[in-house]
Design a protein around this ligand. Sequence first.
Ligand code: CP
Ligand code: NVA
Length: 307
Amino acid sequence: MPKHYITFRDLSKDEYYHLFERTRELKRERRAHSYFRPHLGGRAVALLFSKNSTRTRMSFECAVNELGGHAIVLNLGDSQWARGEPLSHTARVMSRYVAGVVIRHDKEAELTEVAKWSSVPVVNSLTDERHPCQVLGDLFTVTENLGGQPLEKQLFCWIGDGVNMANTWLEAAAVLGFPLNLAIPEGYGPDPDVLRDARGDNPQIKLCATPQEAAKGAFVVTTDVFASMGFEGEREKRLKDFKGFQVDSALMALAAPKAIFLHCLPAHPGEEVTEEVIESPASVVFDEAENRLHAQKALLEYLIPAL
Ligand code: CP
Ligand code: NVA
């Protein structure tokens, strides 16, 4: 059975600490211009998309190439998947061609179905429910800023929509054990099962009444757009419902003295976060975007065995 990466819970705490170390080495090597690794030995990895992407598309294609493989990028709308081919067929066919499959698609249940039939690893590169590759890179970024302090002692806070990113932060808190405060507008809560299970594993997960309460003393302050992909039609309503949930300098001032600001990007400066915060020294959003590449190299290397 191949090892898949559909949810953050698919790897253990030990495996994450291994990946953080490997990511650090791969980042160092790339900066020293000695990054070509023959790990994939010319094998292909499929990158399938039914939603827009800049970072994921580019970072995975670089990652595959730098691991000595080549990427087949396919818009799902152009594939037979979109015309209703049984996913049990698609998955078995892809497994005959490629060493791994990375999928960005709204319906996570379809990824799970592909994974069930695939004999090569399947990686979730964003669904409406989760975005584990993002949180993997984000956590590595946090480790770069810890100054020797233990990750699981840092207070994280999530401000805003209880969307794929919030669900994944909940799962990360469950696996890694760090305290997590969430401030989410009424009616936009995370997946109730994800929340219940995460709280079952980590009693330090707290739903806060206000962003101010959530941010108080936090080392990591993070948010996401008010209207994610697929929810653009609700934008006007959400702008009203999310009033007061903007990350601004006053909110950052409540966080820990050396707090960092994370955002998966793309951002809408002036909506969920001010231009001032995103451009401030506390903001590590561009390191975070870069780290997707290094972390995904470590992930692919781990999931896809060497020849
Ligand atoms: N953060 C992220 O996944 O960005 P893209 O949508 O550009 O891939
Ligand atoms: N929550 C956002 C994340 C984008 C990377 C979305 O799903 O659009």
